[in-house]
Design a protein around this ligand. Structure first.
Ligand SMILES: [Cu+2]
Length: 69
């Protein structure tokens, strides 16, 4: 298991926190997600064989968010 902390673009409220948490948790290989609004970041625990930054970026993009860094 690997942990990645990423800054998220496009979050403005707690509804966004819920959405970002849900879409990241739905990525195959993701075990746990913790999202904060201030600062807008996500900490993701995942299996690096199954998932990575590209999958997280795609899932976020589909939901209207993005990686900020
Ligand atoms: Cu929102």
């Amino acid at each position: 298991m690997q942990t990645l902390e990423i800054a998220i673009d496009g979050m403005s409220c707690n509804g966004c926190v819920g959405s970002v948490t849900r879409v990241l948790k739905a990525v195959p290989g993701v075990a746990d997600v913790t999202v904060t609004l201030q600062p807008p970041r996500a900490r993701i625990a995942f299996d690096p064989v199954k998932a990575g930054r590209a999958q997280f970026a795609e899932a976020l993009d589909d939901a209207g968010y993005g990686l900020a860094d």
